[in-house]
Design a protein around this ligand. Sequence first.
Ligand code: FAD
Length: 430
Amino acid sequence: MDDLLDAIVVGAGPAGVTAARELAKAGLAVVVLERGQFPGAKNVWGGILYREPTEALLPGFEAEAPLERPIIEQRYVVLTEDAMLGATYRSQRFAAPPYNAYAVLRSPFDRWHATTAEAAGAEVYPEFAVTDLIWEDGAVAGITTGEPDGELRARCVVLADGANSLLAQKVGLHKEWAPIEQALVAKELIALPAEKIEDRFALPAGQGTALEIFGESTWGLLGYGFVYTNNESLSIGTGALLEDLIRTGYNVNDMLDRFKRHPAIAPLIAGGETVEYSAHLIPEGGYNRMPQVYADGVLVVGDAAGFVNPLNREGVNLAMLSAKLAAQTIVEAKARDDFSAATLSRYRELLEESIVIQDLYKIRNVTDFAHARPHLLRDYPALASEIARSYLTVDGLPKREKQSKIAGMLRGLPKKRLLGDAVGALRSLG
Ligand SMILES: Cc1cc2nc3c(=O)[nH]c(=O)nc-3n(C[C@H](O)[C@H](O)[C@H](O)COP(=O)(O)OP(=O)(O)OC[C@H]3O[C@@H](n4cnc5c(N)ncnc54)[C@H](O)[C@@H]3O)c2cc1C
């Protein structure tokens, strides 16, 4: 036995903590360095945590973890300037254990989550910001915090430092994400008494809903707003692809303010007190822009590798799963005493066999498809709203005339564009 650590993990988000716990469980010596005051201190998400993938990694977590309301209902809503229309799915199957998902607040969750790695034998050190990597013979051999005595060495380093990982850029594994490869989201936590939340969202006591809101919530840009119900607060946010924000000059703070003032949203948050504000990037480059995720002595996991499925609101579960696969790779590398890129390439194979790459591959063209069609979240919501208003207005117009008026609106759609949208949607989702 020597004193060299087996692994240093940079970042105590869901990915970093999972990697550390899995490595410690396998008997490896692992240290996690986290720049925040404590794990989760500044971490941001919506956020909905799916139960099944979390249970697979952390059996029995529901009894221990700080969770908010189980989500019994999903609403998809489209806003125009003055209207709202949408679809709701509420199921009794979601309303009893085993639940499908929970609303979760990152700060308490991440803090608790880090204790699971410590319990397995990992050491977690907050208030250590890693500024660079140490190289030896062309391989990553450790990290530095840039302070005197700030160097630490290990057989390998796991980069779990989140979106737009500066360290992965330093290794040369990827460039700074381009504006089309990331979304910027502003989020507030609004305190409200539990009974008000239950009244306003028509919820049974202790249960919750998730609203994803398109159209006017992002000024028609590619992205969405959300409202999630916590025990005694609402998480509300909105954001869009950075490229579109730069192009239009829109600012996500203004976007969120306007979203909160929308006549369909304002009553939901009325009287609430904003207790937290944050803004954060989400990597959305997906499969087509996936960076190299390993090199000699180093692996990249979670958001740092761009493992987010924005279509299905999956980030944390992919972060945790990728970290587990990275840990498995490191355990195998330790057994061979070989941390070369050739050995660590096993990580990419494991990712390909998992839903991480399989799902990202499946939706690889969705962002490009939707981004090339800015009218999707602008013109179709407006048309759907007009049709609904016309149909629902009782104004003495005979129904036959009303029907042909609606048919006329549909016929007014540019046929070529409609066909292109339909075929493109089927292809990009197929
Ligand atoms: C607004 C928003 C809403 C979201 N909603 C959802 C949702 O509902 N469901 C879902 O599954 N996902 C959601 N996501 C995505 C999800 O949050 C991420 O996919 C997930 O957090 C990735 O985990 P991670 O551990 O890779 O990165 P992070 O959670 O970002 O953790 C990275 C950690 O590394 C630390 N760190 C960074 N740099 C350094 C450094 N140099 N030295 C030391 N420490 C460092 C950070 O402080 C942080 O603790 C959302 C994201 C956002 C922004």
